[in-house]
Structure formats: C-alpha cells, structure tokens
Design a protein. Structure first.
Length: 202
C-alpha cells in the first residue's frame, strides 16, 4: 500500500472518539425512551450489585417517614374498583416498589407471590406492588409472565415513589394495621424475611 494512502493516526483517533461519543448519545436516548417521564436528575440508574438494588439518582422528596402515617393514595383493586390505601387499615400492608427492567425485582417477585398464595383468601396482610414509571400494558404483561395474582399499582408519573422517598428498586415498605410506616427495606426479600417483618409489625 502506498504510504500516502494510510490514514494519519490523529485522524483515526478522531474517528474512534466520534464513535464513542455516538454510543454515549445513543445510550442516553434509549434511557429517555425507556423512562420518558423521569426527571433529568433521576434519569441515570446504576446497578449496585453488592446490595442487589438499582439505585436512582436524585435527592429523595416527599412526606414519608418511619413511625409516621403512610401517605395515602388510590389504586384499582383486582375487581377494577378504586380503593384507597387507608381502606386497608386493620391489616398490615406490604408496599413493594418495582419496575420490569429491574433484575433484582424480577428475582424477588416469585417470593412475594409464594407468600401471597400461601396466605390465601382471608390473608392477615395486604400486598400492593407499585410499578414505577411504566405504562399499564408492560406491567400487566410482566405480571402475567410471572403468574402474579396480587394487585399491581401503576405509578406512571412517579408520584407514589416521590411520596415514599424511593431511592432504589426494589424497595419494600411495611405499614402496620393502623396505617403507620414501620419498616423500609432496600433490595429483594425472600418469603421468610418478609414473614418475619410482618410478624413483628402485625
């Protein structure tokens, strides 16, 4: 090959930098498509492998606090009827925040389902799984694929996550029978640990 036809090293290096920049921009575009309503400060989610959670950027906001009344909200029950969290007083409530893209959430779901089925009708607790910032269709498909029978609450704007100061997924909140927040757990739970938390806070 004629030496004069070889690309200068500086030019080749420039092409490499341009390619990397395009990949970064494309990756950010995918994040925006995947989570279009997420605020700028919260767009990036990084996996914390040691804690088995997806940590969300941004400062927590909202009125949530341990040993304080749980922020109330409405949701659609399995029968399609609108209900309020406060309607469930008299039983402890397990409030689980999750997303379809969250690998630890997916690993945790069969444990939640197993405990829910084990409790059966007339269970001594209620279980609500709050999907964070995704449409109802993908969340329902996710639930169907895993055979989930407990209510899936759609928080497409992230209002509940804000109220409960969610900073990582999965996050599980234990609310006692009087509507007081008693526990907050980051990361996946197995049924034994969840059973223990419910026993302490019934």
């Amino acid at each position: 090959m004629n030496p004069s036809t070889k690309l200068p090293q500086s030019f080749a290096g420039g092409l490499l930098i341009l390619a990397v920049a395009c990949l970064v921009i494309y990756g950010e575009h995918l994040i925006r498509l995947h989570w279009p309503h997420q605020q700028q400060a919260e767009l990036a989610a990084v996996s914390d492998a040691a804690a088995q959670v997806w940590r969300l950027n941004g400062e927590p906001r909202g009125s949530f606090a341990i040993n304080q009344p749980a922020p109330d909200f409405t949701f659609a029950g399995p029968d399609g009827q609108r209900r309020r969290l406060s309607d469930l007083r008299g039983k402890p409530v397990v409030l689980n925040f999750w997303a379809t893209w969250c690998t630890p959430c997916k690993a945790e779901m069969p444990e939640l389902q197993a405990l829910y089925v084990e409790a059966g009708e007339g269970a001594s607790f209620e279980l609500l799984a709050v999907n964070m910032r995704e449409a109802a269709g993908p969340a329902a498909d996710f639930g169907a694929d895993l055979g989930l029978s407990f209510p899936l609450v759609i928080d497409i704007e992230g209002a509940l996550a804000t109220s409960y100061r969610v900073t990582a997924l999965p996050t599980t909140i234990i609310i006692d029978a009087d509507g007081i927040v008693r526990e907050q757990h980051l990361g996946p739970l197995d049924r034994e640990r969840l059973r223990e938390l419910l026993a302490v806070n019934s």
